[in-house]
Design a protein around this ligand. Structure first.
Ligand SMILES: CC(=O)N[C@H](C=O)[C@@H](O)[C@H](O)[C@H](O)COP(=O)(O)O
Length: 245
């Protein structure tokens, strides 16, 4: 009963809302839980409905900084598998201990480390009292995740598996396809770079939208500005060249 109420509340609070992904991996300039805590606070002040965060330290710091639901994950690479978002039971255990409200995990058809099975991880999360966000890359993976008991699917991995659509922009087609056949919420995630795209994702049927890099990775934001300016400079240069030749 308590769990049911919590489920209702999280889904109520993220409905049609913006989830901000606050992640900076090792090697990124903002790496560190204190910075991610501040980033989450900024997102909360801006009206975010929830935070998606990576790693126990970041999650604990964010939990002590904001009053928002946390979607937790652990990025961990293992030899012999391409699955790196909450790949094994070990990461699920750590996230349950950190008291993440929802746990995001790779729900693609790729083989997990130690040959662990998606259905076992989903059951483990549910037994631990958290919700399951299945990060998928295709419609078929969405259907499987729903059948295995996921509480929602997210389009996180479209473009990041070898067999999924490879797009520079968000996968609006996948959002539409999933919305048509699934009964659980479809979350839009991946390469959503502008408020307009976030709105388009909701119009395509997304229950809510996750935005990461466009809000919390300043090196990527800077790069987009620089590349845009350079493109314009190139255009301008070739225009002046053609005028003078
Ligand atoms: C593919 C993968 O590993 N995605 C990760 C999942 O947690 C994050 O690195 C992304 O930032 C997140 O999905 C949000 O997406 P975007 O940063 O494009 O708004």
């Amino acid at each position: 009963m308590v769990i049911k109420l919590a489920i209702k509340n999280i889904f109520n609070s993220i409905h049609k809302g913006l989830v901000v992904s606050c992640q900076a991996l090792e090697g990124e300039p903002l790496n560190g839980s204190a910075v991610m805590g501040k980033m989450a606070r900024a997102a909360e002040m801006g009206g975010a409905a929830a935070i998606r965060a990576n790693g126990v330290q970041d999650i604990l710091c964010i939990k002590s900084t904001v009053h928002l639901p946390i979607i937790g994950l652990i990025k961990q690479e293992y030899d012999g598998s391409d699955v790196y978002i909450t790949p094994t039971k070990r990461e699920v255990d750590l996230l349950l201990e950190a008291d993440a409200d929802m746990i995001a995990l790779d729900a693609t058809r790729r083989q997990r480390p130690n040959n662990e099975q998606l259905k076992d991880l989903i059951n483990q999360i549910k037994k631990g009292g958290a919700l399951v966000m299945a990060d998928i890359s295709t419609l078929q993976e969405g259907l499987l995740a729903q059948n295995l008991g996921a509480d929602c699917v997210s389009t996180t991995l479209s473009g990041y598996t070898s067999y999924s659509r490879q797009l520079k922009e968000p996968d609006f087609t996948l959002i539409r396809e999933l919305k048509e056949v699934l009964s659980i919420p479809v979350i839009a995630e991946g390469r959503i770079s502008t408020p307009k795209e976030a709105k388009q994702a909701l119009e395509a049927g997304a229950y809510s939208v996750v935005v990461g890099s466009a809000i919390t990775r300043p090196q990527d934001i800077t790069k987009r500005f620089v590349q845009f300016i350079e493109k314009d400079v190139e255009k301008h240069a070739s225009y002046t060249e053609s005028k003078t030749s």
